[in-house]
Design a protein around this ligand. Structure first.
Ligand code: HEC
Ligand code: HEC
Ligand code: HEC
Ligand code: HEC
Ligand code: HEC
Ligand code: HEC
Ligand code: HEC
Ligand code: HEC
Ligand code: HEC
Ligand code: HEC
Length: 464
């Protein structure tokens, strides 16, 4: 007989008195409602009694401060009668490290925590927002009684940031006095000391920390008085060590970058060159050379008239002339120096010859080693990029006075907001604190996380 599944038969399966049977959880419900909150209060009370405020934290601390996770009150110094305060005091920060002021002329001093935003986890605390700077720079004000020469409306790098100061004048020029033609030197097949060469930027400019050998500072051509890379006596030492690091490029020195191709010969009697030095040193060298020479070759005091000067319709030249050694040296020196000051040195230098003065004056090289005094720039952070990608005119410039620096538009190709670009917030290129005003602070505080170890670190007296 087939089974009949009527609705009634199915309904009879349900126990209509199910709610009258005791459920084990219901008995517990009352107690759970009571005990769980009580447990929480007890836990919080216990933490409070132990002065542990972690339960109140609004997020994990930054990497630099993780050690302080159990020491909330180092920053949140409780005001009187309070156990905890949400406000972090500037003085608390300064108990551990100074945050010196930005500018003497600043109208007010923002709180440390307004820029160094805490409780965001491992992020770098110095990665401050544009807003932290724009709070003043979007509409720059100075202390009463002071003014500023800087542009007053800057809110982000990619919108309203001004051009570098060097480019802002009517006719921006490089004040350098050394003449060099970048185009001529960068072209293919330049005549080098042993045949044609292709120069690279690093043959003349490199990071001072570089230890590569100089290819065009030939040892034979170097001044007798000065070895490679050290300043000749009387020259400015700071030209030689612009920066101990890798950030800026050095400017070329004759001894390292020019001497192998540009020889300082002064007379065909000598294979030696004059030292690359001040005119008085060069003069003393030349005089000494000729004096020694004439002492060894006295026959040359009797000068033979030169063949080619004897033209048919001119009077016969005087017979051989005999001069004193002093006269001979003076005449040869004058010839050599006319060539040196007028041509050899003048190829690269601005030379002033004053009427009556025995020696000319060589202008200061006047190199600029740091073009951006108000920003930071680091060549080493950009070492993956070709020099000409930022300095394209260095391949074409024919004029030393032309500025070869990139404008800020070049920086914006890479430094822009968004994931496919590099950092463009203000802190990347500028400092805020004037670290020259830093005050030394002796830390007196050992974080809780280190206290146990700190005890262990104190050496125990022998015998214990
Ligand atoms: C290195 C210093 C530092 C330490 C340590 C620190 N805080 Fe903060 N905390 C701050 C700063 C800065 C602020 C920003 C608010 C202000 O200064 O007004 C802040 C804000 C807060 C706020 C307010 C909410 C907010 O995010 O603005 C709470 C709540 C808080 N902290 C709790 C804690 C607790 C709990 C601890 C310990 C676990 C702790 N903090 C440890 C620096 C610190
Ligand atoms: C108990 C001592 C202590 C207190 C208080 C303290 N700091 Fe620090 N801070 C440190 C230590 C330690 C470091 C890590 C130093 C390091 O990395 O060289 C650090 C690092 C930093 C850094 C550099 C972090 C980075 O990412 O490079 C900044 C910025 C800073 N603190 C700001 C603050 C501010 C703002 C306050 C106050 C709200 C504060 N600190 C309070 C001890 C303290
Ligand atoms: C207007 C924003 C701003 C304010 C306000 C501010 N800072 Fe800074 N701070 C910065 C920036 C940007 C840097 C990174 C550049 C630099 O070194 O100047 C920095 C760097 C630091 C560093 C060095 C981090 C490192 O290891 O190089 C410390 C420490 C520091 N600040 C502490 C403080 C303290 C303490 C205060 C409050 C007295 C404070 N800051 C106020 C923006 C600010
Ligand atoms: C409290 C206001 C204030 C804040 C915040 C502020 N600045 Fe300034 N800043 C000034 C004033 C004022 C001057 C002009 C000083 C003068 O002319 O002597 C100035 C000048 C400058 C200069 C040019 C002078 C120099 O020394 O290089 C730079 C660059 C600069 N600020 C960068 C920043 C950056 C980056 C930030 C954010 C981390 C910032 N400022 C935050 C007030 C502020
Ligand atoms: C990618 C690098 C970079 C970023 C990001 C950047 N700057 Fe600059 N800033 C520079 C350079 C380069 C100069 C030129 C410095 C000079 O001429 O000495 C400059 C100059 C300045 C000056 C001096 C202006 C003047 O009148 O001469 C101020 C002020 C300044 N920046 C503030 C800011 C502020 C505020 C931010 C963030 C909103 C910012 N900068 C972001 C690179 C940067
Ligand atoms: C590899 C060899 C080489 C090196 C290194 C070299 N030069 Fe030259 N330089 C030459 C040659 C070759 C010429 C002539 C090019 C021509 O006229 O086509 C020249 C020409 C010049 C001129 C005349 C340019 C003109 O407008 O005609 C100056 C100025 C000059 N060099 C300066 C320098 C300085 C300064 C250095 C070092 C920083 C230097 N050179 C390094 C090979 C070199
Ligand atoms: C091929 C180019 C070149 C020639 C030729 C040359 N110099 Fe120089 N001179 C330089 C360069 C580059 C510098 C800057 C760096 C250095 O000191 O080497 C310089 C620097 C100097 C300085 C130092 C300037 C300062 O700022 O203090 C003096 C002095 C000097 N030269 C004298 C001479 C004399 C004298 C001659 C000729 C005998 C001469 N130079 C020939 C390239 C040249
Ligand atoms: C990302 C762009 C960039 C690249 C790539 C770059 N430079 Fe620069 N260079 C600059 C800026 C910006 C300055 C001005 C820096 C300053 O003086 O503060 C500069 C300055 C210079 C100076 C003048 C001296 C100085 O350091 O101020 C020389 C020389 C120089 N660069 C050569 C080179 C050479 C050689 C290379 C390749 C190895 C190179 N640069 C690559 C941007 C760049
Ligand atoms: C033969 C040597 C030599 C070579 C090679 C050379 N330079 Fe120069 N450079 C100089 C001299 C000398 C100066 C100073 C005179 C001047 O400013 O023109 C200078 C100046 C500069 C300056 C700063 C001054 C300004 O006016 O902006 C930059 C930037 C520069 N060079 C970049 C380069 C780059 C990039 C290359 C490679 C593409 C390069 N140089 C190749 C000799 C050289
Ligand atoms: C071709 C892309 C490119 C260009 C153009 C460029 N940068 Fe950068 N810059 C970078 C990269 C990549 C870094 C490394 C990022 C990092 O380490 O976070 C960097 C880092 C920096 C830093 C930080 C250096 C450090 O030591 O942390 C500064 C400052 C900077 N750039 C300034 C400039 C300025 C000023 C210009 C324009 C003259 C410029 N950059 C042009 C790609 C570029």
């Amino acid at each position: 007989m087939p089974r009949v599944r009527t609705t009634k038969a199915l309904a009879q399966r349900i126990d209509l008195n199910y709610f009258k049977r005791p459920i084990p959880l219901r008995r517990w419900r009352f107690w759970l409602c009571l005990l769980i909150p009580l447990g929480c209060f007890l836990w919080i009370g216990w933490k409070l009694a132990g002065r542990d405020f972690q339960p109140y934290s609004s997020g994990p601390l930054s990497a630099g401060h993780v050690l302080l996770t159990r020491d909330c009150t180092t920053c949140h110094v409780p005001e009187k009668n309070a156990v905890f305060t949400e406000h972090a005091s500037d003085q608390a920060c300064k108990n551990c490290h100074d945050g010196p002021i930005h500018q003497l002329a600043q109208a007010r001093e923002p709180e440390c925590g307004s820029c160094h935003v805490e409780h965001r986890g491992g992020a770098r605390l110095i990665a401050t927002s544009n807003q932290s700077c724009a709070q003043c720079h979007a509409n720059l004000e100075t202390k009463p009684g002071s003014s500023t020469k800087y542009i007053k409306t800057i809110s982000s790098f990619n919108t309203d940031h001004p051009e570098m100061a060097v480019f802002r004048g009517a006719n921006p020029r490089d004040p350098v006095t050394i003449r060099v033609n970048h185009f001529v030197h960068m072209k293919k097949n330049l005549l080098g000391p042993h045949g044609s060469v292709q120069l690279e930027c690093k043959d003349c400019h490199r990071q001072p920390a570089s230890r590569e050998p100089w290819l065009f500072g030939s040892a034979e051509a170097l001044p007798v008085s000065a070895p490679v890379a050290t300043p000749a006596a009387g020259m400015k030492a700071d030209l030689y060590a612009p920066d101990p690091g890798l950030a800026l490029m050095s400017m070329p020195k004759f001894a390292e970058s020019c001497s192998a191709c540009h020889l300082l010969q002064f007379d065909k009697r000598f294979s030696e060159q004059v030292p690359h030095d001040k005119p008085d040193v060069v003069h003393a060298f030349v005089v000494k050379k000729f004096e020694a020479y004439i002492a060894a070759h006295p026959a040359e005091l009797r000068e033979q008239p030169e063949e080619e000067r004897r033209l048919p319709n001119r009077p016969a030249p005087p017979a051989a002339r005999v001069v004193t050694p002093a006269q001979w040296v003076a005449e040869r020196t004058k010839e050599a120096e006319t060539l040196l000051w007028g041509k050899t040195c003048r190829q690269c230098h601005s030379i002033t010859i004053t009427e009556g003065a025995p020696l000319p004056k060589v202008a200061d090289a006047n190199y600029t080693l740091h073009w951006l005094p108000h920003a930071r720039f680091d060549h080493d952070a950009h070492r993956g990029f070709a020099c000409a990608s930022c300095h394209p005119n260095a391949l074409t410039s024919q004029d030393s006075a032309e500025l070869l620096l990139p404008k800020l538009a070049t920086c914006k190709d890479c430094h822009a907001p968004g994931p496919s670009h590099v950092e463009a917030r203000c802190f990347e290129c500028h400092a805020y604190h004037d670290w020259s005003k830093r005050k030394g602070i002796t830390p007196t505080f050992v974080p809780r996380a280190l206290r146990a170890q700190a005890v262990d670190l104190i050496p125990k007296p022998a015998g214990q």
